[in-house]
Ligand binder design. Structure first.
Ligand code: NAP
Length: 363
């Protein structure tokens, strides 16, 4: 079994290419964004193989903006001409302005609108980030339509492109912690309508990939870590505010958002028909109790806990992706320290709690 505290899977080779000096403190959003979008040498090398333009659909959310700028900075460092086009509804105008200020071309478009597909640019390289999760309990129909109708239209619009499609670890059921996480071949029998719709998103892309020969990589992402949102932010905020942490869902997978974005881009090299499927997270299974204790030490405040760890959790094993692309580079110690400092300093947070405690699949 993989240990609950950091323990490395030996199948994952070390990936030291492009290791860079990391700051001790991240004080501002500009500093954070600089770190999140700083390309490693391995990405600079890879980006030369990506023909222009690179189109990112659903680019206005939590991951899209830094993903787009990471790709642009890698292309610049490679001296490779690459237009990056970010497509979203951009309900958050800050994301739109930020992308434009960072030399990303933007296209404001609701992909559910009639005629939306005709507005989209031609491309051979597409990253698909569109999704809806939170609010499913209140409006399940909106989740189903976002996670099924948009995939069908996009897959039909781009039969000849290489596509990296973001999916989620939520497609798996809870599994025994002792099993070290679900693997890609496991049955997709999750709980709750959001998870069913995420399975449907995968199956729709798979259908069109098989029918049209479209080269796809489906990435089942577990928690991405930013300093403005994510699992560690949720835990650190609870400690800081003196709120108890529910340990029932006691084990998790996660990954620094910069590493996740780098792997998303490099996964263009892993596309295939029928589609290749990959779990995306750090190779360790982390104990929530241990993460909270380590954050509590940094914050100078001991965490309070309620309940105790169940024997099952929502876990994935990313050994296959790690052996294809190498291990995620950002050390967890750094992320923990930066997160605690960010919370102590009152850094800006997005209002997007992960609800990592949820075990019934209702979001
Ligand atoms: N972040 C994580 O920790 C995590 C974990 C597991 C899986 N994932 C998956 O990875 C993907 C990217 O993650 P994220 O955190 O960036 O997700 P996110 O914040 O929810 O962003 C998704 C984006 O899709 C856009 N979108 C939804 N419906 C659309 C439509 N009809 N037309 C145009 N755009 C539409 C949204 O539009 P607006 O532009 O209007 O906001 C939003 O910006 C998602 O599919 C998510 O499920 C993420």
């Amino acid at each position: 079994m993989r240990k609950a505290a950091p323990a490395t899977i030996s199948a994952c080779p070390k990936n030291d290419a492009g290791r860079v000096t990391l700051p001790r403190h991240i004080q501002t959003e500009a500093e954070l964004e600089e770190v999140l979008t700083r390309p490693r040498a391995v990405l600079v090398e890879f980006i030369r193989t990506v023909s222009s333009p690179l189109v990112i659909l659903g680019a206005g959310g939590k991951m899209g903006p830094t993903l787009a700028v990471l790709a642009r900075r890698a292309a610049e460092a490679a001296g490779h001409p690459l237009d990056v086009i970010a497509v979203s509804r951009f309900r958050n105008p800050i994301q739109l302005a930020w992308l434009q200020a960072h030399q990303i071309r933007t296209l404001t478009c609701d992909l559910l609108e009639a005629g939306a597909m005709r507005q989209l640019p031609e491309t051979e390289n597409l990253i698909y980030l569109v999704g809806l999760k939170f609010g499913t309990t209140q409006n399940p129909a909106a989740t189903w339509v976002a996670n099924t109708l948009v995939p069908a239209r996009v897959a039909e619009r781009y039969p000849g492109a290489r596509m990296v499609v973001l999916s989620t670890g939520n497609v798996y059921p809870l599994s025994a912690v002792s099993r070290s996480g679900s693997v890609e071949e496991d049955a997709l029998t999750p709980s709750g309508e959001y998870a069913y719709s995420a399975v449907a998103r995968e199956r729709i892309f798979e259908h069109f990939s098989r029918r049209n020969g479209t080269r796809l990589a489906l990435l089942r992402l577990f928690y991405a870590l930013d300093l403005r949102y994510g699992l560690l932010v949720d835990i650190a905020r609870k400690i800081h505010d003196g709120e108890p942490i529910d340990l029932t869902n006691g084990f998790v997978n996660c990954i620094w958002q910069g590493d996740a974005n780098e792997m998303v881009l490099r996964a263009l090299s892993l596309t295939n028909s029928p589609p290749a499927v990959w779990n995306l997270c750090r190779p360790e299974v982390y104990s929530v109790r241990d993460l909270a204790r380590r954050l509590g030490k940094q914050l100078g405040q001991p965490p309070q806990f309620v309940s105790k760890e169940a024997e099952t959790a929502l876990l994935g094993n990313p050994a296959k992706l790690c052996s294809a692309l190498g291990q995620p580079a950002m050390p967890l110690d750094k992320i923990l320290r930066w997160t605690a400092q960010w919370i102590q300093r009152g850094g800006r947070l997005l209002d997007n709690p992960t609800h990592f405690e949820v075990r019934h699949g209702r979001y």
